[in-house]
Ligand binder design. Structure first.
Ligand SMILES: [Zn+2]
Ligand SMILES: [Zn+2]
Length: 409
């Protein structure tokens, strides 16, 4: 087979999966660095997708393109089950901090600051592990999706039919985390990431002279009331044990200290971990903005852009992945993730179809080596020593889902 592959057949049991993942560590690191050096933004992951295709081709795996830069490959085994594994390809418009000898971003202003290079490298490692398996007890579909950082590539891939043939019974994902020690896996059943809706609100009054507010409709104090009214909706209308947040990232209006502005623009994001809260708050944000503006003779024009769904990890599937992680990593390197995050995650578009999905987080922090910066920071870097753990967890979880499918028929 291809250059530099591990080259030998491996048994497909827990011990062999753990050993094969360790054997693949150099390969996975090389994939990560190759991708890291050439980061690309959402739906422009041309070089990254071509790299993925070339690695899959080396392994003898046919792949196909979907939605431009998405790549799907299928590893066919012997058994009725099918499970999906997802990675994301895109980087961020971030200028990487100095350092990273040998793998620094070659693209000014773009960097893999969210660790998606690591995700793709791990799933390529998994592909190699699966190809080497002496008897794979079912089929594994690998989804390399574009544009996780927005506008989202998972929903378009689902709409393009990637879950139709072969049809997986579950989809697995991973995200690296600099908040966990390296190689430690954390999981959480149930709500895990936030819905992520954007709002663009124009409070439209009537411009005029600063000395004559009575002949104008000043949108600035009205916008200020909209801001506080929206905060009040969040604190008074949502069960306080369920997190929800409405953050306004933009407030813009006016041109001069002595001129009443004609309008004020507010831009914000609404995050919840409950679909019911989300639907209600989407309605209430618009109602409250319009109502507050109307009370003061202004008009609020509200545009809502629907973003990622609430991320819910299927409890049974999460339990299976937890056991798989314990089997390959040991109990001490598997922990419960205590709280959901209000960060949005496109992966859950695969679960929006009703399919059980779960995403585990893989610790990549190595503070002693200076690797502890948060995701999306110019300083973010991941500890590559963690990557084989992710490959092993994927391998063992895939095995367990496929074996369970065999037993279930
Ligand atoms: Zn991100
Ligand atoms: Zn990410």
């Amino acid at each position: 087979m291809g250059r530099g592959t591990i080259g030998c057949t491996v048994r497909f049991d827990t011990d062999a999966i753990r050993a094969a993942a360790a054997d693949l560590s150099d390969r996975v690191r090389d994939h990560r660095r190759a991708i890291h050096r050439h980061p690309e933004l959402g739906f422009a992951e041309h070089r990254t997708a071509a790299y993925v295709e070339s690695v899959l081709a080396e392994l003898g795996l046919p792949s196909r393109r979907v939605v431009g830069t998405g790549v799907v490959a299928v590893v066919r085994g012997d058994g009725p089950g099918c499970v999906g594994v997802r990675a994301d390809l895109d980087a961020l418009p971030v200028t990487e901090a100095p350092g990273r000898d040998g793998y620094r971003s070659q693209v000014e202003g773009v960097a893999h600051a969210c660790g998606h290079d690591g995700h793709t490298a791990m799933v390529l490692g998994l592909a190699e592990l699966l190809v080497r398996a002496d008897r794979l007890p079912g089929t594994v579909a690998l989804y390399f999706q574009p544009a996780e950082e927005g506008p989202g590539g998972a929903a378009p891939m689902v709409a393009a039919g990637v879950l139709d043939d072969p049809a997986p019974s579950a989809v697995l994902g991973v995200h690296v985390s600099p908040r966990q020690p390296t190689g430690v896996v954390a999981l959480r059943p149930g709500p895990s990431t936030g819905s992520d809706d954007a709002f663009f609100i124009d409070v439209i009054g009537k411009g005029g002279h600063a000395a004559h507010p009575d002949s104008a409709i000043d949108p600035i104090p009205i916008a200020a009331q909209v801001v506080t009214a929206l905060q009040q909706v969040l604190t008074r209308e949502v069960d306080p044990v369920r997190p929800a947040v409405f953050t306004l990232g933009v407030i813009r209006g006016g041109t001069r200290h002595n001129v009443i502005a004609p309008s004020v623009r507010l831009e914000g994001t609404l995050r919840t971990v409950s679909q019911a809260d989300r639907e209600r708050l989407v309605r209430r944000v618009a109602e409250v903005a319009r109502g507050t503006a109307a009370t003061h003779r202004a008009v609020a024009e509200v545009e809502h852009r629907r973003g990622y769904p609430v991320g819910v990890n299927d409890p049974d599937l999460t339990a299976l992945v937890t056991e798989a992680a314990r089997a390959v990593l040991g109990d001490r390197r598997v922990v419960a993730l205590p709280d959901p995050s209000l960060g949005g995650e496109d992966f859950y578009a695969f679960g929006d179809t009703g399919l059980p999905v779960t995403m585990f987080t893989l610790g990549v922090a190595d503070p002693a080596a200076g690797r502890a910066a948060p995701l999306h920071s110019p300083d973010f870097d991941l500890d590559e020593a963690a990557l084989p753990a992710g490959v092993a967890v994927f391998g063992e979880a895939v095995r367990r889902v496929l074996v369970a499918s065999t037993v279930g028929t």
